[in-house]
Design a protein around this ligand. Structure first.
Ligand code: SF4
Ligand code: SF4
Length: 475
């Protein structure tokens, strides 16, 4: 069965760069799959890559177009003549049958000449932000498509897996840029430490004390607050939710007692009947807590991958606190990416995919300055090709350029390690470089940056005429 896209498609574009066969394109109203190019990812993955990333689950198998694994691998071989798939290739059919499969081997590196109809396009961005990420894609020729099954050959013996050594941390000299201010990042960070609304000690203490209550908020609100506070001891989505679950196991029986008194009068407090209300309150608290922590309790997900849903009263509480939290956190731009993912050979984060496009950044107003935090890619993705096994999982540090121009801050990231760039040329979902253009809400006189552990932090100091910021001389 070839994969097809149903009318529920929301045109997010997430599936297009994932397809190893470039079978997906923007149709008249929704994205469409060319059945002559789709191999159901046979040869590359043991799952359908488009279905795995689709946020609304509208990439489904087409019951009107039944195709066997033999037909699909023959099509993959015809489309990718440079790849030796062997007989032990990844396939959803084999996965379903419980058979282990091996990644295909490239017999020759694909060249542009070998990829007719090559074109360059812009990577889809999940938000209206001006983020541009060039991705090179390769479109195979339709004439190359055949449906004959391959000649059978004996199964290739799987090669023993070799784990590459972890990447050595490279210490690079600090880069400076034309509009960079002659100050250290620590100096400027200290200067604006007290300027962010959530950096005041009294506010932070209040948030820490209110954690058991704030844990009732919806997941997104808690993550926003966690990002704004930047200190898990003061507030974290996981910690506050756990505290709120305990808090509710005490709160709900009290609410039940209050309801009993309202219905029956104060006399019920001294009767046995009150026990029913107390037990009901505790039960509601326990069941609600188990449901909210189900990702951890029943699915054994680590805290970083768990969703922390709201308590019964979380949404009204969020509406009540929205003006306060929104104003006090000072977050100008939040990460608009779903932080969930899917399981295939380990957890694949959508967030990590967006890091490769330079889409994962936050912008925070610290009064006299804006604080930009942009995350660089952290892991080399698993692309199902043998070269991938020769590089460590950790992504090498990107080279970067920072430009302040016409009310925008531009970050250009570029992977310079040759083998990783070569690997990235195999699939459109892994561009080796990105350009992110960030519109700035204030006039900026200069900036100071630091880069550490795949995180770029930039203080953009507002011009003295813009919101009362201190002016610094530029270099
Ligand atoms: Fe077919 Fe895989 Fe491409 Fe989806 S990603 S259209 S299943 S080849
Ligand atoms: Fe449509 Fe799903 Fe593809 Fe998004 S990922 S464009 S919703 S089919």
């Amino acid at each position: 069965m070839a994969t097809t896209i149903t009318s529920e498609c929301i045109n997010c574009g997430a599936c297009e760069p994932e397809c190893p066969n470039n079978a997906i394109s923007q149709g008249e109203t929704i994205y469409v799959i060319d059945p002559l190019l789709c191999t159901e990812c046979v040869g590359f993955h043991d799952y359908e890559a488009c279905a795995a990333v689709c946020p609304v689950d509208c990439c489904v198998t087409d019951p009107n177009n039944i195709e066997t694994e033999e037909v699909l691998i023959a099509r993959a071989r015809a489309l990718h003549k440079e790849i030796d798939f062997g007989e032990n290739f990844p396939s959803r059919f084999r996965k379903a049958a419980g058979t282990e499969s091996q990644a295909p081997a490239r017999t020759a590196e694909p060249t542009r000449a070998a990829m007719p109809m090559a074109e360059t396009k812009l990577a889809p961005a999940p938000s209206a932000e001006a983020t541009v990420a060039p991705v090179e894609t390769k479109s195979p020729s339709r004439e190359a498509v055949v449906t004959a099954p391959p000649a059978s050959t004996p199964a290739a013996k799987p090669a023993p897996a070799v784990t590459p050594p972890p990447r050595q941390k490279e210490v690079k000299p600090k880069k400076t840029f034309p509009q960079e201010l002659p100050l250290s990042f620590e100096e400027i960070s200290n200067k604006f430490r007290g300027c962010g609304a959530l950096s005041q000690t009294s506010t932070r203490l209040l948030i820490a004390l209110l954690q058991p209550l704030l844990g009732a908020l919806p997941h997104r609100a808690k993550k926003n607050l966690e990002d704004a506070v930047q200190n898990p001891v003061i507030f974290s989505a996981a910690g506050s939710t756990a505290l709120n679950v305990l808090h509710n196991i005490v709160l709900y029986p009290l609410v039940a007692i209050a309801a009993a008194v309202a219905l029956n009068g104060t006399g019920i407090i001294f009767s046995r009947e009150i026990n029913i209300y107390v037990i009901c309150g505790i039960l509601v608290g326990v069941v609600e807590g188990a449901l909210r922590l189900r990702d951890g309790i029943f699915r054994a997900k680590p805290a970083s991958e768990m969703a922390f849903p709201a308590a019964f009263y979380g949404v009204p509480l969020a509406l009540l606190l929205a003006p306060v939290l929104g104003r006090r956190s000072g977050v100008v731009r939040d990460v608009p990416i779903p932080v969930d993912g899917f399981y295939a050979k380990g957890f694949v984060e959508k967030l990590e995919r967006e890091r490769r496009y330079g889409n994962v950044y936050t912008l925070e107003d610290r009064g006299g300055a804006l604080l930009l935090r942009l995350e660089f890619p952290r892991r080399v993705p698993d692309l199902g090709i043998p070269e991938r096994a020769r590089v460590p999982d950790e992504m090498p540090d990107y080279d970067y350029d920072l430009i302040l121009k016409d009310g925008h801050f531009i970050v250009k990231g570029r992977c310079t390690e040759e083998l990783v760039r070569k690997i990235s040329s195999s699939v459109g979902a892994f561009p080796p470089e990105f350009t992110t253009v960030i519109p700035l809400p204030a006039k900026i006189s200069g900036f100071v940056h630091r880069y550490d552990n795949k995180l770029l932090e930039v203080f953009l100091v507002k011009d003295s005429g813009s919101n009362g910021a201190a002016a610094y001389p530029t270099t």
